[in-house]
Design a protein. Structure first.
Length: 105
């Protein structure tokens, strides 16, 4: 599982028009506190597009049914994202995401 960011990078990098987007699949499992993978990047070392995608990806994963579990309620998923602000996620990205979600309701 932890190798999939590298596999994605290797598979997509030969595709010229995707080169500007490679930070997303390669870095979306990095964590704000430096405990993520594949490179253990921390804070602003993580490309902004990957920091944004990480929040959206986790929200989608938590609110979608999976073969091994049912989707969480949206409020529970948002609670998890709030709890992970400053740990897993960039606090400013979380703040913007929560404001966006609130504006949509």
């Amino acid at each position: 599982m932890k190798k999939h960011p590298r596999f994605a990078y290797e598979m997509l990098s030969p595709i010229h028009y995707l080169r500007n987007a490679l930070d997303i699949p390669y870095c979306h499992h990095e964590k704000w506190d430096g405990s993520g993978y594949p490179r253990g990047l921390k804070g602003a070392q993580i490309p902004l597009v990957a920091r944004i995608f990480a929040v959206v990806d986790v929200y989608d994963a938590l609110t979608s049914n999976r073969p091994y579990r049912l989707a969480r309620a949206k409020e529970k998923a948002l609670e998890h994202i709030r709890e992970q602000s400053g740990k897993h996620f960039d606090p400013k990205v979380v703040e913007s995401f929560l404001r966006l979600i609130s504006d949509m309701n």
